[in-house]
Design a binder for this molecule. Structure first.
Ligand code: GUN
Length: 290
């Protein structure tokens, strides 16, 4: 019988801890953490993500500011807004929701954010600090995954961990965190050009599926007793829901779960942990400034 990793429950515990800290901040008459988010255009998933971030801030007592631009905003206007936020003493940290329209360089945007306000942990300075194990902001999803693994006391030392996907915001950074001293996993990153991908995944004690392909991981690819962390959140059309779609993970949950020791559901696994990790980074940003 497998243990279902309840990201929703863990995230609400952490949110409560953050809310308590905000109460203490208010009692001490210190500055309340203030997170800003920039949203460009009208991508449906991005609107949902940003709305969640604002709601999360309200729930723990942070201030939040949402800045919206039309999808045809010139890159220079966006960069100007970022430099304003960089020097705005009221704002402790901010994020620019990705993806951006194609006429805007995501790299240029990310590099223009002051690393001390880069609560997404996407700036090369923060990623560099992560690589060499210095304190900095960790990207929210990898940070949330590591926290889940720790809170469920899942052993990683010497374990074979296979990360499926090499994105800058999930696969690559989580592979680095899991191989670091303290986590001590032996990590393999597999991707679209990997040979014998099924054979490699079948050797894994821990599978992190972060490729964005619904139900990619099938039961025959999973070793008996494996730990499976599903990062996929693809919207798949269905007549079953009011919205006409449902979030679907990268793991064929129904068939894979019976082989696992631990597994995350979608939704309710990694997603809530990603959201709460951003709050933790925002709290840390405001602490660093105090
Ligand atoms: N798009 C998908 N995930 C993220 C995230 O964590 N942060 C930002 N800024 N954009 C995203």
């Amino acid at each position: 019988m497998y243990t279902l990793i309840d990201g929703k429950k863990v995230a609400s515990e952490i949110k409560r801890e953050i809310a308590d800290e905000v109460k203490r901040i208010i009692d001490a008459n210190e500055k309340i953490p203030h997170l800003a988010a920039i949203l460009v255009g009208d991508n449906g998933s991005s609107q949902t993500y940003v709305a969640h971030k604002v709601k999360d801030c309200e729930e723990v007592g942070f201030r939040s500011t949402l800045i919206r631009f039309e999808k045809d905003i010139p890159e220079s206007d966006l960069l100007n807004k970022i430099s304003e936020l960089n020097t705005d003493k009221e704002i402790d940290g901010f994020i620019v929701q990705l993806p951006l329209p194609i006429h805007i360089s995501e790299n240029k945007v990310i590099e223009s954010i002051d690393p001390s306000k880069d609560v997404d942990g996407f700036h090369p300075v923060n990623l560099g600090k992560m690589v060499i194990g210095l304190p900095g902001f960790l990207p929210a999803t990898p940070y949330g995954i590591v926290e889940l693994i720790k809170r469920y006391r899942i052993e990683t030392g010497g374990k074979n961990c296979v990360v499926i996907g090499r994105s800058n915001i999930v696969g690559r950074p989580v592979s680095i965190l899991l191989s670091q001293k303290g986590m001590d996993a032996t990590v393999t990153v597999v991707h679209s050009r990997t040979k014998n991908i099924n054979g490699i995944i079948r050797e894994a004690d821990i599978i992190i599926a972060a490729l964005g392909s619904p139900s990619f991981v099938k039961a025959e690819m999973v070793k008996e007793g494996a730990v499976v962390i599903d990062v996929g959140t693809t919207r798949v059309n269905t007549p079953e829901t009011k919205t006409g779609w449902k979030l679907t993970g990268d793991v064929d949950f129904v068939n894979v779960a019976p082989k696992c020791s631990f597994i995350t559901p979608v939704p309710g696994g990694v997603g809530p942990m990603t959201r709460v990790s951003l709050l933790k980074n925002a709290l840390a940003a405001s602490k660093n400034k105090r």
